[in-house]
Design a binder for this molecule. Structure first.
Ligand SMILES: Cc1cc2nc3c(=O)[nH]c(=O)nc-3n(C[C@H](O)[C@H](O)[C@H](O)COP(=O)(O)OP(=O)(O)OC[C@H]3O[C@@H](n4cnc5c(N)ncnc54)[C@H](O)[C@@H]3O)c2cc1C
Length: 421
């Protein structure tokens, strides 16, 4: 197909995770202009390897794709509950926060109602030429557009210290489900990573009958999230405005200090694991899981049948011999497949990241009215909430206001007890 025959959209979004789904949901209500999403997975999904019974969201169900800016939208979580006949059952279950599986079901329900999502379309090249952007998959141009929204999210990674271990004995947390049934329960399993995902994997291993689990984390103790009212004031438009008045170094310093407002363990699940391990002691006469905070895994090697982890502890070096390693050290942002010509035109900061302005637009040279927006890649400029679900509809609304050049969605935040400046 030659370029002129390709479908042309006002806006193309790369990725159909919650960020771009929120954009597409609100966009449909805001304008008759066309939008299409291109998603690499074969259908709607949300972190499939990290969803299993007993794991819960860290945010309220009201933080869905649309409610914060348009509570009357047809894709609210509440409408999902009512139309799917689940509301009374959920209410009476009295969850503090909904199960992750429920959020996944909601995301799939919403995605099925959003038009123009093209699945099985991994975008591996984005170029810019006369009249707009072109997205490609496997050498084939799929569509052109006036504007582009990048919503490729994050991906798990294996750190250098754990690279090169055999793939059937060392794998990322997302893949534990693929291995757990065939793993030898008599072996020791190390879970590396002291966050929520690490905790969930330790708990899962204990439930599956493993009796020697080492939980290794870098921080001096396994730290819980600060979900207090004042910490949550950071996740409000008021705070975003304040951040944008500050210099970049000051913003970075403040945002670094915010880690535990969003990137920590849910206290209830930590207590749950602690109790699970206590119950394990009642059965075995020893704790099936050993908690090892304050350790950094410096390197690893295979020695005979074992994997040896070389760790730096508070004031000494330690070695742990294990049968398996589950890697839960966090996620990194997914690279954006701009072609080299477009990549050269994007303004980068000193960390090599795209510069994202207050309206989520990316600065680039020669834009000539064609805008690029990016979700989930502006932690240092927009704060820790940029990588979470808490402000999805607000972010999408800001992008829509900016693309359409008018205030379609009013973003206001009047009643705030905290004064930031
Ligand atoms: C297990 C887990 C639980 C979480 N729970 C919470 C929570 O309770 N509360 C909260 O606020 N935050 C939570 N988060 C953090 C965050 O909000 C979510 O990760 C959220 O999914 C981010 O949405 P996103 O759309 O930016 O990215 P993603 O969900 O990562 O979606 C990106 C999409 O882009 C697709 N993609 C990537 N590259 C391409 C490409 N080249 N071409 C086409 N498609 C591509 C991917 O397949 C994916 O579907 C959680 C994160 C994890 C991992």
């Amino acid at each position: 197909m030659n370029e002129a025959e390709l479908p042309y959209y006002h806006t193309v979004g790369v990725g159909a995770g919650p960020a771009n789904l929120s954009l597409a949901a609100l966009y449909e209500e805001a304008t008759t202009e066309s939008l299409a999403l291109f998603e690499k997975s074969g259908g709607p999904q949300w972190h499939p390897g990290l969803i299993f019974p007993g794991v819960s969201m860290q945010t309220s169900w009201m933080k869905d794709l649309v409610t914060l800016v348009d509570p009357r939208h047809k894709l609210t979580f509440l409408n999902y509950m009512v139309t799917e006949g689940r509301l009374f059952a959920l209410l009476n279950s009295q969850f503090a926060t909904i199960p992750r599986k429920e959020y996944e079901r909601y995301i799939k329900w919403a995605a099925r109602q959003i038009p123009n999502i093209h699945y099985s379309s991994p975008i591996d090249r984005i170029s810019f030429g006369d009249g707009g952007f072109t997205v490609y998959s496997d050498g084939r141009a799929l569509a052109r557009s006036e504007h582009l929204v990048v919503g490729v999210g994050s991906r798990p990674y294996i750190p250098e210290a754990l690279a090169g271990l055999p793939a059937d004995r060392s794998f990322i947390a997302d893949h534990l489900s693929d291995h757990i049934d065939t793993m030898d329960r008599s072996k020791t399993v190390a879970v590396v990573g002291g966050g929520q995902t690490g905790l969930e994997k330790v708990s899962r291993l204990l439930s599956a009958g493993f009796t020697n689990v080492l939980w290794i984390g870098r921080q001096p103790w396994f730290q819980t999230i600060d979900d207090s009212s004042t910490a949550n004031d950071i996740y409000r438009p008021n705070y975003n405005e304040f951040l944008h008045t500050l210099s970049r170094p000051t913003r970075k310093r403040l945002v670094t200090g915010h880690r535990l407002t969003g990137d920590g363990i849910t206290p209830g699940s930590l207590a749950g694991l602690y109790q699970q391990n206590y119950n394990g002691h009642l059965e075995l006469g020893r704790f099936p899981a050993t908690f090892l905070p304050g350790r950094n895994v410096d390197s690893s090697e295979v020695v005979g049948d074992d994997i040896v982890l070389h760790c730096r502890a508070t004031e000494k070096l330690e070695e742990y011999r294990v049968g398996y390693v589950v890697v839960a050290v966090g996620r990194e942002i997914t690279p954006v497949p701009f072609d080299s010509e477009l990549a050269e035109r994007i303004d980068m900061d000193e960390d090599g990241e795209m510069i994202v302005d207050a309206d989520y637009s990316v600065r680039w040279k020669g834009m000539n009215g064609h805008r690029i927006y990016a979700f989930n890649r502006a932690r240092w400029s927009h704060g820790i909430q940029d990588g979470s679900l808490t402000q999805l509809p607000l972010r999408a609304a800001m992008v829509i206001n900016s693309i359409l050049g008018r205030e379609v969605y009013k973003i206001s935040d009047e009643m705030c007890q905290t004064k930031w400046s």
